[in-house]
Design a protein around this ligand. Structure first.
Ligand SMILES: NC(=O)c1ccc[n+]([C@@H]2O[C@H](COP(=O)([O-])OP(=O)(O)OC[C@H]3O[C@@H](n4cnc5c(N)ncnc54)[C@H](O)[C@@H]3O)[C@@H](O)[C@H]2O)c1
Length: 202
């Protein structure tokens, strides 16, 4: 362990796969006590077990970030199991949603629910803890699609654009009270979300 996050307690959503799983593993290696929250509780549980076997500290939580009551339960578990929350990584997200011609009521609600309402609910229920303890850090996983037009992403792109702006909004609102809020905007990363090896697409 390197220890840059020693003593920190972190919730990482979407930690069962891809970027969230890599983030959780790195946080644990750096000494954080991590709560791995994912709709796929089995995947989160398997990773938590691997982290604990390797000498880190992790617990798993099955949640759906698009449902506020599930987020309330996730945050309650973090308070109990980790003893508090210093870091929130809003990583859970889904692709798709369709383009301007074929998006549907259902596909739009699904993508906005997970990618926009999810981070909003998580911030809503974690911020009071951070404010009352005088500080914390939140990282929202946006996307290159937040600020670039990409064909076929008429739903996903605006959802990620919303998270980028949501981050700026909250960052100025809570900086003076000790909560640091940033977003990261990855380009294409080879994870299950993109549905196959990058090499195969070229
Ligand atoms: N992979 C890329 O190229 C890329 C690029 C830019 C941004 N991103 C963003 O990075 C984040 C992670 O993407 P990834 O590529 O690692 O995807 P992934 O599909 O590998 O992992 C996403 C994880 O989120 C979980 N999840 C999905 N919906 C959920 C919900 N409602 N509640 C809780 N968990 C849920 C899934 O079960 C999965 O474990 C997403 O927000 C995505 O938009 C990815």
């Amino acid at each position: 362990m390197v220890g840059r996050l020693a003593g920190k307690r972190a919730i990482i959503t979407g930690a069962g796969s891809g970027i969230g799983a890599a983030t959780a593993s790195l946080f644990a290696t750096e000494g954080a006590y991590v709560l791995l929250a994912d709709q796929n509780g089995d995947a989160a549980g398997e990773l938590a077990a691997r982290i604990n076997e390797a000498g880190g500290r992790a617990v798993a939580c099955t949640t759906d970030v698009a449902r506020e009551q599930a987020v309330v339960a996730m945050v309650a578990q973090a308070r109990t199991d980790l003893g508090g929350i210093d870091i929130l990584v809003n990583n859970a997200g889904i692709g798709g949603g369709g383009n301007a011609l074929n998006a549907t009521d259902e596909s739009i609600d699904r993508v906005l629910g997970v990618n926009v309402k999810g981070p909003l609910f998580c911030c809503k229920h974690v911020l009071p803890d951070m404010l009352s303890q005088g500080g914390g850090a939140i990282v929202n996983v946006a996307s290159i699609s937040s600020t670039c037009g990409i064909p076929g992403q008429a739903v996903y792109g605006p959802a990620k654009g919303a998270i980028w702006l949501f981050t700026r909004q909250l960052a100025v609102e809570y900086a003076a009270r000790g909560v640091r809020i940033n977003s990261v905007a990855p380009g294409t990363i080879e994870t299950p979300m993109i549905g196959g090896p990058i090499a195969a697409a070229n």
